[in-house]
Design a protein around this ligand. Structure first.
Ligand code: ATP
Ligand code: MG
Length: 301
């Protein structure tokens, strides 16, 4: 376990951003694999490694649940076809489904647009002892809404509140929200699956060419590629303003799925490891209770 922990930390460290000021997206290569070579059998070896990580994660989650003090919120953001769904599925494959919940955030409904932008997240936050996953999140409010200004117009904000400062104000509000959650025992970790434009094209073509993948293809997703540079600018600015020591971003190289899953697993393990998880201590009164129960069971005929 200690060995896996060390490896997980080493993996995660390379891609963790907790001080946004110095962050530049161009310093992060979507094709990075930390020296693991694309040679024959690498996918199998990566799968073995991931399995070790998943086992450790399952172990830690059990403690998180038993201890019932911390909750962990994991946020996933990415361009389409970056592999969010697959990463969530593979990395969380070993954890007890009772301790974990996934929410997908889509375009807001009419009811949601009648509220402040964080409103819909509140009811989806993880309880203590649980891991909550946001597949997309309130970060869309500074991504898609920034790239497509017409979405902002639909948000029914009082006009005098919509100024040039609105994105900076949203970053501030998000930071305050995440600090509030952290101070309440809900730890927050954020993952940006950083796929390259070329790799996305390859994956879209694969969806078109493979009948079993046709269902995943959406013309709208392909059209969004036209705004690629605007999205990258929005992602960079978002990370620059919202990467903090209490709620870091992981900028995960996502051109190789086998590698991105290792980094995601590493980040989650690192986060749980930082929470001082342990099974609750049994006190004297409880120990007596257990001894009495044991005597009763043994006395049965
Ligand atoms: P899949 O990988 O299955 O396509 P998805 O997360 O892309 O999953 P979709 O239903 O295709 O799910 O897309 C959700 C859409 O909702 C995205 O285009 C996203 O930009 C949009 N969306 C999410 N949150 C907001 C928001 N707050 N405001 C506007 N649009 C949003
Ligand atoms: Mg989609």
């Amino acid at each position: 376990m200690e060995k896996v922990l060390k490896k997980a930390r080493a993996f995660a460290k390379n891609f963790r951003v907790e001080d946004g000021d110095k962050f530049r997206l161009k310093d992060f290569d979507p094709n990075e694999t930390l020296g693991l070579k694309h040679e024959e059998g690498i996918k199998d070896r990566a799968a073995d490694l991931l399995q070790q990580g998943v086992d450790v994660l399952a172990d830690m989650q059990e403690k998180l649940y038993a201890q019932d003090r911390w909750g962990l919120l994991l946020i996933f953001q990415a361009m389409d076809a970056a592999g969010k769904d697959g990463a969530i599925k593979h990395v969380m494959s070993g954890v007890n489904p009772q301790g974990c919940q996934v929410f997908n955030f889509k375009a807001p409904s009419a009811e949601e647009l009648d509220h402040d932008f964080l409103w819909r997240s509140g009811k989806c936050l993880p309880e203590r002892g649980r891991i909550g996953i946001f597949n997309r999140s309130y970060y869309e409010e500074v991504l898609v809404v920034r790239v497509h200004r017409e979405l902002l117009a639909k948000q029914k904000l009082p006009p005098q509140l919509v100024t040039k400062k609105i994105w900076k104000e949203r970053f501030d509000d998000i930071n305050a929200y995440e600090r509030y959650l952290t101070r309440n025992g809900i730890a927050v970790r954020k993952f940006f699956l950083n796929v390259s434009r070329d790799e996305q094209k390859k994956r879209f073509l694969e969806r078109l060419e493979t009948p079993d993948k046709n269902w995943k293809f959406s013309v709208a997703d392909a059209q969004e590629r036209g705004h690629w540079d605007d999205y990258m600018d929005a992602y960079e600015d978002m990370i620059r303003h919202t990467a903090t020591d209490y709620a870091p971003w992981y900028v995960v190289p996502a051109d190789n799925k086998w590698f991105s899953r290792l980094v995601v697993a590493g980040g989650i393990i690192e986060a749980l490891d930082g929470l001082n998880l342990a099974f609750p201590e049994v006190d004297e009164a409880k120990r007596k209770e257990l001894a009495a129960a044991r005597a009763m069971l043994e006395g049965e005929t």
